[in-house]
Design a protein around this ligand. Structure first.
Ligand code: ASP
Length: 342
């Protein structure tokens, strides 16, 4: 199966390594030794597995861009020493971290596989064991000398997803993630079946890690009855550089004049307005309905079928790179890491 391949497992926290505090009955993270104790089968893998543990271990609700930079730096530092990376991460914000890493790791030619679990690894019915083992196997898979999955992916409940296409969908089911607009990269059954035609091809260029992220963005999620005060407050946030406008259906929004005026004003002040649908499947198609035709005319940029998680991290990345507003707008409509279908 696996030659003498080396995998680095980066443990950041999350349910996969949590135990129940007997006093408070809340879940809290434990050290990697505990995790390893429950997975003695890892000893039998025909590859070297090393571990890197974050301090402190975090519930993924506490993840942030500073942490993403730390994680990207670890991968950069260890890149030449390992054939692939497995990141153990809480599932709550995994789609954000994994999307961020997909943008930050330019010319990635090795697997970076994120996984976690819905039940702690110490529990009898845990999903953590198979998620972990599958991820190590996928990170180690090679076709002759070339990694089979040279991109950032999420492996969860026997499915392999392109990371920047995912959202967490369910807080209860083992099938926690959805990729509404891009098919699975692979499926785990008796064999692991890879859909090679859907997986990125390596470009064999040198890895470049972009570590500047600009957090001056906001999400303006539309709902029927949203008031001018709320829209105005968000669009006038101090230092704001870009806003994700979470619209209805195929990118639709109210056509009332106060709303369009506020967006036009924001655009005139150099704030990028990025139209992303609230739907988990399908795409923004500005101009399809009368309720989106006006947005394009006032400079709103259509996000095609990008997820909110990908839109947030792509904007932080593009603004952090220091591009001009015009270039940011142009790159938002370009698929950089397979994050959208243009
Ligand atoms: N709250 C946990 C986290 O995201 C949930 C999980 O790991 O699935 O860190």
């Amino acid at each position: 199966m696996i030659g003498k391949t080396s995998i680095l497992v980066i443990y950041t926290g999350g349910t996969i390594g949590m135990v129940q505090d007997p006093k408070t009955m809340t879940l809290r993270p434990l050290t990697f030794d505990i995790l390893y104790k429950y997975l003695p089968v890892l000893e039998n893998f025909n590859c070297n597995i090393d571990f890197y543990t974050f301090e402190p271990l975090l519930d993924s609700s506490n993840m942030n861009p500073e942490f993403w930079i730390h994680l990207a730096s670890v991968i950069e530092e260890k890149y030449e020493d390992y054939d692939g990376f497995v990141v153990l991460h809480g599932s709550d914000t995994m789609a954000y971290t994994a999307s961020a890493l997909s943008f930050m790791l330019e010319n990635l030619n090795k697997p970076v596989i994120f996984t976690g679990s819905q039940l702690p690894i110490g529990m009898v019915r845990t999903d953590g064991r198979e998620n972990f083992i599958n991820s190590v196997e996928i990170a180690a898979a090679k076709d002759v000398d070339t990694p089979v999955v040279p991109e950032v992916a999420i492996c969860f409940e026997n499915k392999l997803y392109r990371a920047n296409r995912t959202s967490k969908l369910n807080a209860e089911n083992f099938k926690a993630f959805v990729s509404g607009n891009y098919p699975l990269l692979g499926e785990v059954g008796v064999h692991i079946k890879y859909h090679h035609n859907l997986i990125m091809k390596p470009n064999f260029k040198k890895l470049r890690v972009l570590k500047e992220l600009d957090e001056n963005i906001a999400i303006l999620k539309l709902f029927p009855g949203i008031s001018p005060n709320v829209v105005e407050a968000i669009l006038n946030t101090k230092g704001l550089r870009a806003v994700i406008l979470e619209t209805f259906g195929a990118g639709n929004a109210p056509t009332v004049q106060w709303f369009l005026d506020q967006l036009q004003d924001a655009n005139a002040r150099g704030i990028v307005v990025f139209n992303v649908t609230q739907c988990k499947g399908g795409a923004v198609d500005m101009g399809k309905y009368e309720t989106s035709a006006g947005l394009g005319k006032i400079g709103v940029i259509g996000g095609y079928d990008i997820t909110t998680e990908s839109a947030v991290t792509k904007l932080m990345y593009l603004l952090g790179c220091g591009y001009s507003t015009e270039s940011v707008k142009q790159l938002l409509q370009t698929s950089l890491r397979g994050e959208m279908t243009v």
